[in-house]
Design a binder for this molecule. Structure first.
Ligand code: GYE
Length: 314
């Protein structure tokens, strides 16, 4: 695209401003934080693939705060990096800073999470999962598992970070599927911030407040793993007394699944690094890239988890 071509050579004289005097592509990346096993694996994937692709990575950890991400992006603009990539902690509130990057002719790539900006020219591409589909897959497993049964099914839900695309979309996709049968009732739904600690704490309050819980749907493995501790502490058997569905399929989640403490996991791949480096190079070279790059992913039952656990990388 023309803008990308201009950004490759138009911003300053030669490479001096970008710090990449040796011709290396300089990529500024603003990460959400370190809230989960997924995030740790994602950071590792990005750092390792930058090194092997010969990309100079400027990595910044926002510690879960949008204001830190906005600061980091502004810093990248001042440093005149070649490409900016980031995983937006929440969906809204990005237009101003993205416009600043665009005005500076620095292309932006969204990784993992989407923004709700109407103006899609503010970024070149978005690489990541379809979170609505993930929520639907979780709901579909539940519908099948309770097929032919008529008793009410009481569900508690642990949501991700408020305002984050995976929290919004995983909730919506799940709700959309289970609404077809009124026996499914979400009796409590609260955020567990995508962390183990909050997952445990919120599950403790659910267990105290709810006389009957049949199913836990957690928007990620970590919250599910925290909840398992709360369920066991309450003298109940996770996976049996309370069925558990989670999203991510990181190693700890897969281990719990293979032990029958979780019943079903919808995979969400954190290994976005190689594709991100590839897209960054293309964008810098002014090549056209697709507006949306979807991650491929599957689902796991306990038996399937047992079969792949040994070679699971993250
Ligand atoms: O599922 C969760 C993480 O944005 C897909 O963020 C990501 C989510 C992931 O903290 O574990």
């Amino acid at each position: 695209m023309i803008t990308a071509t201009l950004s490759g050579c138009g911003g300053d004289d030669g490479d001096s401003g970008s710090g990449g005097g040796d011709g290396k592509l300089v990529l500024g990346f603003s990460q959400v934080g370190a809230e989960s096993g997924w995030r740790t694996a994602n950071t590792k994937s990005i750092q390792e693939s930058a090194a092997s692709a010969g990309v100079e990575l400027k990595f910044s950890d926002a510690q879960g705060k949008q204001e830190n991400q906005i600061k980091a992006i502004r810093n990248f603009i001042t440093q005149r990096v070649d490409v900016i990539a980031f995983s937006p902690v929440v969906e809204s509130g990005w237009d101003t800073v993205l416009k600043e990057a665009k005005d500076a002719n620095i292309p932006v790539i969204l990784t993992d999470r989407a923004v709700d900006s109407q103006d899609t020219s503010l970024y070149k591409t978005f690489i990541g999962s379809d979170f609505v589909l993930e929520g639907k897959k979780a709901g579909e497993w539940l519908v099948k598992d309770y097929e032919g049964k008529t008793d009410p099914v009481n569900i508690v839900e642990l949501q991700g970070t408020p305002g984050a695309a995976p929290a919004n979309d995983r909730k919506a996709g799940f709700a959309d599927v289970i609404k077809a049968d009124p026996k499914f009732k979400v009796v409590a739904s609260q955020t567990g911030q995508f962390t183990r600690t909050d997952g445990k704490q919120v599950m403790e309050t659910f267990l105290k407040a709810q006389p009957k819980i049949d199913v836990l749907y957690a928007h990620n493995d970590d919250m599910g793993l925290g909840a398992i501790e709360a369920i066991e502490a309450a003298g109940k058997k996770p996976g049996t007394d309370i069925k558990i569905i989670t999203v991510d399929a990181v190693k700890d989640g897969m281990t719990a699944l293979s032990e029958g403490k979780i019943n079903y996991i919808v995979e969400c791949s954190p290994l976005l690094g190689p594709q991100l480096m590839d897209l960054a190079k293309k964008v810098k070279a002014g090549e056209t890239v697709p507006q949306r790059v979807l991650t491929e992913e599957t689902t796991f039952t306990p038996e399937q988890a047992k079969a792949v656990l040994a070679e699971r990388k993250y």
